[in-house]
Design a protein around this ligand. Sequence first.
Ligand SMILES: [Zn+2]
Length: 302
Amino acid sequence: MSWALMYHRVVPRRPDTAPYFARGTAVEPETFARQLDWLCARHRLGRPGESDSQRVLLTFDDGYRDIVDHVWPLCRARGVPFAIFPVAEHLADAAHPLWFDAYYDRVSRAAWADPDVARRALRAVDVSEPCPSDPDLRWWVRGPVKQRLHGAGSTRADLLERVSTALGVAADPCLPAKLYLDRAALRALVDGGVEVGGHGAGHRLHAGLPATELRAEIDAAAALLDAIGAPPGRSYCYPDGSVDPSARRAVGQRFERAFTVEPGPLTGVDRLLLPRFIARDRPPSDPGWCAATADPRFTRLP
Ligand SMILES: [Zn+2]
């Protein structure tokens, strides 16, 4: 029985990374190291394409710089392979960050000392719910404002500008360079044996996307992998796990396998709908660090 774990950021807890911890998509490097040691003591850690039926594989979405700052050194020291899924149009030289990274950046820098800020920001995006006391930004990162942006589609950039103005913070033009890997780093990772897979062009939800736009997302991901010399037998990762039969079919024409965000073991499932379990920022002594550990088939001591 094989299993895939899903990470996004591995990064120290700081004011600028607080939204990722509030969202549940960041793990501190020390905690990640303990999770690695726990996994290494119990499992064989493998690569997506390996046929071994008893393994755990680690995946990292969205191509953050954390990969070279923390993940690669910690994994290399333990001989642990892993796969990453950068977004083709959101590398270090991109004109704009991913919309949720832009939002988290604004929220982390908001002029919260001004008592009117929250009220103005809610008005700017027509959210009528009162903002609860929210010292760790959880409500801002998971609540109705984030949901409103998530569902905004073509009006999202405009809404984001409105909320940013109300929060009293401007866009940071250096944010992509601060957050994401560049092509040279991706090439070095490929040369070092790290699997780099596709994750769309602009992180657009694939389910329901018109055929030409869907094709553009997948082609851009494949072109990035060609440009950095990624070997064949490639993996894909649906942005936000969003997939329908058309997206599954289109991805299957270019990629060997594809990951979702649905939990479950990897064994005996569709190679284009591979499940993953999210890994949380908790020590491995806490069973809540990863829901896979609740499955009696998961814990396999050597
Ligand atoms: Zn993603």
